[in-house]
Design a protein around this ligand. Structure first.
Ligand code: NAD
Ligand code: 0WE
Length: 256
């Protein structure tokens, strides 16, 4: 029997087959979960539909996480289809491209608001709508973060601040939802080639540095993040909440 047999999961953030969210969906499906996918924008829709079909996913719903109304509608649809929810995965981030290069001092008020809104506040909005559906079901909420929340990385800039807010939100949400039996954790993934990192200048250099310095002397794979999410979603992690769990080949433990 699968680790997630009979569980229902909503996953935000599949853009294509390289997305961390997709590796998570595949791991959950493999272990018996029923998966719903929330995607952003019609351009993404045509890439997500065939992926959804390949794991027998019937709920594929549009949701721009900047909108409270769209988030509320999504969870209303989930309630109608399933009546409850066990697992929520947040794998969404966005900052304007201009904010991810040059000096952090040039961060604009608008760029800050956008990055924090889409990449951090959205977790709180999702958790609020999902909470009544997850109540009393040993639920698990999982967000995706990066080490740039805790240390300075060139060009990560305002995304680092957004991820710091996301990580703190994980702790506050863990406390707020704990009494209902819902756990909240984040995975801090090492650098991965996805749509979100494709446009990043110097990404190859970052990945090369990690492969040289990390204890395991290599980079992680999407599948490794999917499997860590599977553990956090499953009863194996029943005593784990409020954690930032690194899946980075050990890179973060190195001082010099
Ligand atoms: P990705 O581009 O596949 O996923 C990012 C997703 O965010 C996309 O599906 C995109 O549609 C979605 N998104 C952006 N704006 C949105 C909005 N307004 N409403 C709804 N969805 C929106 O890239 P990924 O690398 O799989 O990123 C997933 C998560 O993993 C992000 O939180 C990212 O910060 C995090 N992460 C990525 C890496 C990496 O190196 N790729 C490392 C650590 C953490
Ligand atoms: O969280 C991320 C990236 C998130 C992201 C990516 C983009 C690219 C396209 C957010 N917004 C946008 N906006 C766009 O227009 N990562 C962890 C991957 C990443 O991004 C970096 C990195 C790494 C690693 C940016 C600078 C330096 C390193």
């Amino acid at each position: 029997m699968g680790l997630l047999e009979g569980k229902k999961a909503v996953i935000f953030g599949v853009a294509n087959d390289k997305s961390i969210a997709w590796a998570t969906a595949e791991a959950f499906h493999r272990e018996g979960a029923e998966v719903a996918l929330a995607y952003a924008g019609e351009a993404v829709a045509k890439r997500v539909m065939p992926l959804a079909e390949s794991i027998g996913c019937e709920l594929v719903l549009p949701c721009d996480v900047r909108s409270d109304e769209e988030i509320a509608r999504l969870f209303a649809d989930v309630r109608e289809a399933w009546g409850g929810l066990d697992i929520l995965v947040h794998s969404v981030a966005f900052a304007n491209k201009e904010e991810l290069k040059g000096s952090f001092l040039n961060t604009t008020r608008e760029g800050f608001a956008t990055a924090l809104d889409i990449s951090a506040y959205s977790l709180i909005a999702m958790a609020r709508e999902a909470a009544p559906l997850m109540q009393g079901r040993d639920g698990s909420v999982i967000a995706m973060t990066y080490y740039g929340a805790q240390k300075v990385f060139p060009n990560y800039n305002v995304m680092g601040i957004a991820k710091a807010a996301l990580e703190a939100s994980v702790r506050y949400l863990a406390e707020a939802l704990g009494p209902e039996g819902t756990r909240v954790n984040a995975i801090s993934a090492g650098p991965l080639r996805t749509l979100a990192s494709a446009g990043i200048g110097g990404f190859g250099q970052i990945a090369g540095h990690v492969a040289e310095k990390a204890p395991l002397r290599r980079n992680i794979s999407q599948e490794e993040v999917g499997n860590a999410a599977l553990y956090l979603a499953s009863p194996l992690a029943s005593g784990v909440t409020g954690e930032i769990h690194f899946v980075d080949c050990g890179y973060n433990i190195i001082g010099l």
